[in-house]
Ligand binder design. Structure first.
Ligand code: TMP
Length: 398
């Protein structure tokens, strides 16, 4: 049974940066209610009424995975590791973005699936790419085209974006070879709880998985979870290793340990979720109060990184351009635009990180290390970063 435990209010699409803030543009902005529920039977955490993916994954999709050095290195590392561990002959990626992962393999052995046509266009030049949503129909098409029997299916930050889990996993089962492996990476629920990072909830994250929920879900579709790895990417993710029910892989000791930890954290109990919801409410109040107090002291506050996560924070905490002067972001196609719902201008860091800034809210808190290194001068000169993860605080040079 699904029980709603968190209401993050009226939200725009996290990725829908506005070209201008003319009346007509604002009138046409799409909003939905972001409510999160917990399934008391299979322990799955999901958005109660997800947005139609056709609205989200269009040919204007802004996120280019290759723009982050951290991510480029992470994908290079994992591709090497997977080749060594499973020696796959045929590899497919669901949600291949700009090819950041598949680029690391022999072009002839890979298939890319990417519904955003602007991204699929990039990888079509490199290897076989289907600019389609992943579903049962596409898996049947691959079989017809003799592209089934895949040894390794990889999907990072995509499976949690697809509302229909039945289509997703039935399609995967359909084309996975008998000893094939499905590897998926998605944000980790226990990390969201430990970090109080409620901003992991936005329209694209239909699900935030845990080992115990993935274990229950894949079982229903003839698959079996046999291993898990904890990652630091995206503020704490899990990499799940899944095979067919009768596959040769044994349940790893680190999976047993992870599931045990989740149970002792009580991720299978609704009470844990209700307590989390209270913490989130408190975090909103604390952040808002802190920013208002600084504003009353005439401090200039900006935000660092126009992230999808900060769309949730800004809209939930009602932060607008009266509080945050502007947002800086390195992504060229975000610069010059406005944040979804809250309409704060986005500019380049070169333009925005100057001596007039007193505080910068860490929208990209998951890149904190990289950012602090880059912004040593800002910290040295007395600037402060503000974060809400794991709790609301100001970070300054000691
Ligand atoms: P993500 O967390 O959704 O991947 O988004 C990170 C965003 O933060 C992306 O738009 C790039 C931006 N960013 C900066 O502007 N400066 C930085 O130093 C880093 C690491 C990221």
């Amino acid at each position: 049974m699904n029980k709603v435990f968190l209401n993050l209010g009226r939200q725009p699409l996290a990725n829908s940066f506005l070209k201008d803030i003319k009346k007509k543009t604002i009138r046409n902005e799409f909003f939905y209610n972001l409510k999160i529920c917990f399934n008391t039977k299979n322990y799955l955490v999901s958005i109660i009424n997800p947005v139609n993916p056709k609205k989200q994954y269009t040919d204007k999709y802004a996120h280019r995975a290759s723009e982050s050095k951290t991510m480029r290195l992470a994908f290079k590392k994992i591709s090497k590791k997977l080749l060594k561990r499973f020696r796959p002959k045929k590899i497919m990626e669901i949600g291949s973005n700009d090819g950041i992962f598949l680029k690391n393999f022999n072009k002839k052995s890979v298939i890319a699936v990417e519904p955003c046509k602007n991204l699929a266009r990039i990888t079509k030049k490199l290897f076989k790419t289907y600019d389609k949503f992943w579903n049962l129909k596409l898996s049947n098409r691959l079989i017809k085209e003799k592209k089934g029997e895949i040894d390794l299916i990889f999907s990072a930050n995509t499976i949690s974006h697809i509302p229909n889990l039945k289509e997703t996993f039935t399609g995967i089962h359909n084309i996975l070879s008998e000893e094939g492996v499905l590897v998926i990476e998605d944000p980790s629920l226990i990390k969201v709880f430990e970090n109080n990072s409620y901003d992991q909830f936005y329209d694209e994250h239909v699900y935030v998985f845990s080992s115990i929920s993935i274990n229950n879900i894949v079982k229903k579709f003839g698959l079996r979870l046999f291993d898990v790895e904890h990652l630091t990417t995206h503020g704490g993710s899990n990499r799940y290793y899944i095979c067919k029910e009768k596959g040769k892989y044994k349940k790893s000791s680190r999976l047993k340990k992870a599931m045990k930890k989740e149970i002792s954290y009580k991720l299978h109990k609704i009470e844990t979720y209700l307590k989390f919801s209270k913490r989130v409410n408190l975090s909103k109040k604390k952040l808002y109060d802190l920013l208002i107090r600084l504003k009353e002291k005439d401090k200039k506050i900006i935000s660092y990184g126009a992230t999808y996560k900060s769309t949730t924070v800004f809209n939930y905490c009602k932060l607008n351009s009266k509080i945050i002067d502007y947002v800086t972001d390195t992504t060229l196609n975000k610069q010059g635009k406005y944040t979804p719902g809250t309409h704060i201008k986005i500019i380049s860091p070169e333009q925005g990180m100057n001596d007039s800034v007193d505080f910068a809210f860490l929208g990209a808190w998951n890149f904190k290390k990289e950012i602090f290194k880059k912004e040593r001068r800002f910290l040295k000169k007395g600037g402060g970063f503000i974060t809400h993860v794991p709790q609301v605080k100001i970070i300054k040079n000691k």
